[in-house]
Design a protein around this ligand. Structure first.
Ligand code: GTP
Ligand code: SPV
Ligand code: MN
Length: 606
């Protein structure tokens, strides 16, 4: 479709202004059809950026290798440009919005020369649903168009909902690599150097401007930029929640259903938990979403969640038929792989895929790679943040209600992170505010999901939202407390803290994780219906040591360790929160949370 045919006058004008600024060779409005998707992939194949995979083993799938500087979110180049710096808060980068727009306007000037501009109308949430939000992304990357097709609902039906004057979030994206006359990408992933990358959000005007990166959350602007950073601001203003949470459906052997959401930092197990195959007999788990939840109160006073996305942009390494069979089945066809390794048979391989490389591979840098299991120093063949983009509807355990515009009623929230010590396997909050307190102190070992934070060290990542909250984190805590006051305490989700990542003194995981996490989910389910044995401890309700059935490889002593309150460890944890974490938020830190801190400290000392 041509820009001239756009019926929405505001949208048409905005696109025309962008064309004048970015000067692409041609402009296309995306229709969201399969033919369009296929064409985007073909353009990338012709450009040397995509490798078609084996049509018998991985039909409809391709592999991309990005630039080594463009392999993950860039948190140091991500900005919340609110009018006042204080509204962005201490955990976000801030630049004055006028200054930032001036800088970025100069970067955008001529940035699409030699390229096609694609205008992508997309819906986060089912098209036309009352909860859904519409965005329009302007991009010069056919890789982005193809990924947006899978991750969101794209095309003409979205324009129909917009009509002639409907609201949308305008999103600019350019890879920042204009082409000279006759120049082609020719196999080189287009992007700008790190110091020219900007992932910018303007919360007051609800705009997103992204420049210089073609990868993941930096470029697929419906995901972290719209559905979390901008949506968190809308949620604050309108009294709902936009969270970095998976949504799962769990059914017990009697056929009773509960829905649970869970917030874990990036690369800490959301996709895996959302698709797990229970090892506890008689239980089933189905998937509603694996990364983002939007939650609103229903007429019955319960919180209902929708998954605003349509696909999974999942971490490849560690995914295998044992750890996550449902993800492996999801990505058997129509999948975009980015930065994994390529086999001779034109299939994919990554560390933790469950079997050795069958021969020499092409690694994510495009070089030959021969597995050497004796060499502990060998660089991985797949980038640690390599990912697959696969359609949610291909997931064998996608819940039938995953696209219900009314959402699903939530019974429990989980918070967690990678904590080798101190934090028990599971722990139930004593109250809503205690749960908010636990969410506010989430800490996790840093993973490869962000380029510019040091992997391995523990950082506080409140509510797993540190990189995704579009406003002052202290106000965000306040918003969570206010949601608790709005809801009937009997109907509010119960709050739990989980940790699958405790390690022994030899550095091995004590808890096997993955499907075995169903044992913990079963206890959480039971607590929601009022059964489930627990002891009241200084940090919350812990299961009795026999309340959770033990996987064969976990000894009784291990189970004790996983479920005992480490008093000294918790005292150190609380001291760290008091000295280093809470003071960051100044007088925006809600008094209720300091009260919780005092109370837990007193209980630990008592
Ligand atoms: P984002 O997409 O970045 O938000 O990540 P995510 O939270 O969805 O993480 P994901 O489920 O993709 O898991 C990331 C990594 O953690 C993978 O390498 C998994 O194999 C590993 N992992 C997931 N669940 C578990 C678990 O229960 N135990 C252990 N030890 N590792 C796990
Ligand atoms: C995350 O980092 O939490 C992701 C991947 O889910 S990205 O879409 O790149 O943000
Ligand atoms: Mn995520």
């Amino acid at each position: 479709m041509k820009v001239q045919e756009l019926k929405h006058t505001g949208l048409k004008q905005w696109v025309e202004e962008a064309v004048a600024l970015m000067t692409p060779d041609t402009v296309e409005v995306c229709d969201g059809t399969q033919a369009e998707y296929d064409r985007m992939i073909q353009i990338n194949i012709d450009n040397g950026l995509a490798t078609p995979l084996n049509p018998w083993l991985l039909p409809g799938s391709v592999l991309f290798r990005s630039d080594p500087s463009d392999v993950a979110r860039v948190e140091n180049r991500t900005y919340i440009a609110s009018e006042k710096q204080d509204d962005a808060g201490p955990t976000n980068n801030w630049i004055d919005p006028k200054e930032l727009k001036k800088t970025m306007t100069e970067l955008y000037r001529g940035s699409m020369k030699g390229r096609t501009m694609y205008v992508i109308p997309f819906s986060m949430g089912p098209v036309g649903s009352a909860i859904a939000k519409i965005g329009v992304e302007i991009t010069d990357s056919p890789y982005v168009v193809a990924n947006m097709h899978t991750m969101t609902r794209v095309g003409t039906p979205v324009l129909d909902v917009l009509g002639t004057n409907g609201p949308y979030v305008p999103c600019f994206h350019s890879v920042g690599k204009p082409l000279g006359a006759g120049e082609k990408d020719n196999g080189t992933w287009p992007c700008a150097p790190l110091d020219k990358k900007y992932i910018s959000h303007f919360p007051e005007t609800r705009e997103i401007w992204s420049y210089g990166s073609g990868y993941g959350g930096n470029a697929l602007l419906g995901k972290k930029c719209l559905a979390l950073r901008i949506a968190s601001v809308l949620a604050r203003d309108e009294g709902w929640l936009a969270e970095h949470m998976l949504i799962l459906k769990i059914t017990n052997p009697q056929g009773t259903v509960k829905y649970i959401t869970g917030a874990f930092p990036s690369a800490c197990g959301k996709t895996n938990l959302a698709m797990l195959i229970p090892t506890v007999p008689g239980w089933t788990v189905e998937t509603v979403g694996d990364d983002i939840a939007w939650m609103k109160f229903g007429k019955d006073g319960r919180l209902y969640a929708i998954n605003p996305e349509a696909g999974f942009f999942g971490v490849a390494p560690g995914t295998n038929m044992d750890s996550n069979r449902n993800a492996m089945e999801t990505i058997r066809k129509n999948t975009i792989f980015t930065n994994v390794a390529l086999t001779k048979e034109k299939t994919v391989w990554w560390e933790g895929i469950g079997y050795d490389a069958s021969g020499p591979l092409i690694d994510w840098n495009g070089n030959e790679w021969v597995q050497d299991k004796h060499n502990k120093e060998q660089k991985p063949a797949a980038h640690p943040n390599s990912r697959f983009t696969g359609p949610a509807k291909q997931c064998p355990v996608i819940a039938k209600e995953w696209e219900d515009p009314a959402g699903v009623p939530i019974s429990a929230f989980l918070f967690g992170g990678r904590r080798p010590k101190t934090i028990p396997l599971v722990n139930q909050a004593k109250s809503w505010v205690h749960g908010v307190f636990m969410g506010s102190i989430v800490g996790s070992e840093v993973t490869a999901a962000a380029l510019d934070v040091k992997a391995g060290t523990i950082r506080r990542d409140p509510f797993a939202m540190l990189p995704f909250c579009g406003y002052h984190m202290g106000d965000y805590f306040k918003h969570w407390i206010s949601i608790g006051k709005k809801g009937d305490p009997e109907k509010l989700p119960k709050i739990f803290f989980v940790n699958w990542f405790r390690k022994s003194s030899e550095g091995k995981f004590i808890w096997p994780g993955y499907g075995e996490n169903s044992r913990v989910l079963a206890w959480i389910f039971d607590r929601c219906v009022g059964t489930g044995k627990a002891v009241d401890t200084p940090i919350g309700f812990l299961p009795t040591v026999d309340a959770i059935s033990r996987p064969t490889e976990v000894s009784e002593a291990d189970m004790q360790e996983l479920l005992t309150v480490d008093i000294d460890g918790w005292k150190a944890e609380i001291a760290d929160v008091r000295q280093n974490h809470y003071p960051k938020f100044g007088d925006k830190l809600p008094k209720e949370l300091y009260d919780e801190l005092d109370a837990i400290e007193k209980r630990l000392n008592g």
